[in-house]
Write a protein that binds this ligand. Structure first.
Ligand code: ZN
Ligand code: ZN
Length: 85
């Protein structure tokens, strides 16, 4: 089936598209929480310019990134006024 091929730029399945979108969205949201790119190739914060890499990344942060994200989200809710400009 044509729609199952992705590396060559052909359309992905709806599920795969949604999964990739979720990964990109979470990655971008995490940047707004002051997370930076990660060396763990399976981590959501790992950066790769290849679209195919998104299928290697799991829909989760590695332990280090999750810890930083939790800390930053916690700080944001604890001191919302300090971060607001
Ligand atoms: Zn990024
Ligand atoms: Zn990470």
């Amino acid at each position: 089936m044509r729609t199952r091929r992705n590396e060559d730029g052909s359309p992905a399945t709806k599920e795969r598209f949604t999964e990739r979108l979720a990964k990109v969205a979470l990655h971008e949201v995490a940047h707004t929480f002051m997370l930076y790119h990660c060396d763990d190739p399976q981590c959501l914060m790992h950066f790769s310019p290849r679209i195919g890499h998104l299928d290697i990344v799991v829909l989760a942060f590695c332990d280090r990134c999750e810890f930083v994200l939790r800390e930053n989200v916690f700080q944001l809710y604890l001191h919302p006024r300090e971060l607001r400009r």
